[in-house]
Structures are given as C-alpha cells and as structure tokens.
Design a protein around this ligand. Structure first.
Ligand code: SF4
Ligand code: SF4
Length: 107
C-alpha cells in the first residue's frame, strides 16, 4: 500500500514513537533496551515528528537509519497490492482538496 501522506494515521492513531532525545542515536529495535527510548503517542494527538508542507504531510524521522525498524514503517492496510494507494488516505485527501476549494470560493 502506498501511503499518500494524508496525516490521518499520525494524528488519529495511538503510535509507538522514539522519544525526541534519542532520535539521533543508532537505535536497535531487536534489543529490549529500546523500550526505554520509545513512548506511546496518544490517539487524536499530533505526532511531534509530523510536519505540514502546503497540502502534504511529512515525517521528520523518515530519514533516520532506524526508521525501517519502527511500527510506523511496518504500518499498512489491506489493499490488493503494495502499489495500490491507501483508500483511507485517498478519501481524506479528496475531502481536504474539496475543503480548500470551498475556502477559495468563499474568498
Ligand atoms: S513518527 Fe512519523 S510516521 Fe510515525 S506517527 Fe510520527 S510522523 Fe507519523
Ligand atoms: S490514512 Fe493512509 S494515506 Fe493517510 S497517513 Fe494513514 S496510511 Fe497514509
């Protein structure tokens, strides 16, 4: 599944994230000691690593060497193939575009 970076999961889901003070470390997710270096981001709260650039969200820790070992990287939804766009993200981004259009019409 292709994530469309709609921001929904990074705000609405409860997610395990690395504590800010450890993001520059060489983290080993196979080692249980990493538990002290992660926290649960509550559902409905903006992840501290989420950034909004225009109409697209990005993640500040995507380029860290340990990112591919995180639950965020493993997160997916049931789609027919890894090349299919996320259906929830498509719905959210379409609504976001409609909202922007309606704001422009009002101005
Ligand atoms: S770490 Fe990145 S991918 Fe994970 S919830 Fe935060 S912004 Fe989203
Ligand atoms: S809903 Fe889909 S597109 Fe949006 S952030 Fe989650 S996985 Fe990505």
């Amino acid at each position: 599944m292709k994530c469309l970076r709609c921001g929904y999961c990074c705000i609405q889901l409860m997610v395990t994230i690395v504590k800010p003070e450890f993001i520059d470390e060489d983290l080993d997710f196979d080692n249980l000691s990493v538990i002290d270096k992660v926290i649960m981001k509550e559902s409905g709260k903006w992840c501290p690593y989420l950034e909004l650039n225009g109409e697209e969200y990005s993640c500040k820790v995507h380029n860290k060497p340990w990112y591919k070992d995180t639950p965020c990287f493993a997160h997916t939804q049931i789609e027919n193939s890894i090349d299919d766009e996320c259906r929830m993200g498509a719905g959210v981004t379409n609504r976001f575009k409609d909202h922007l259009k309606s704001l422009k019409r009002r101005n």
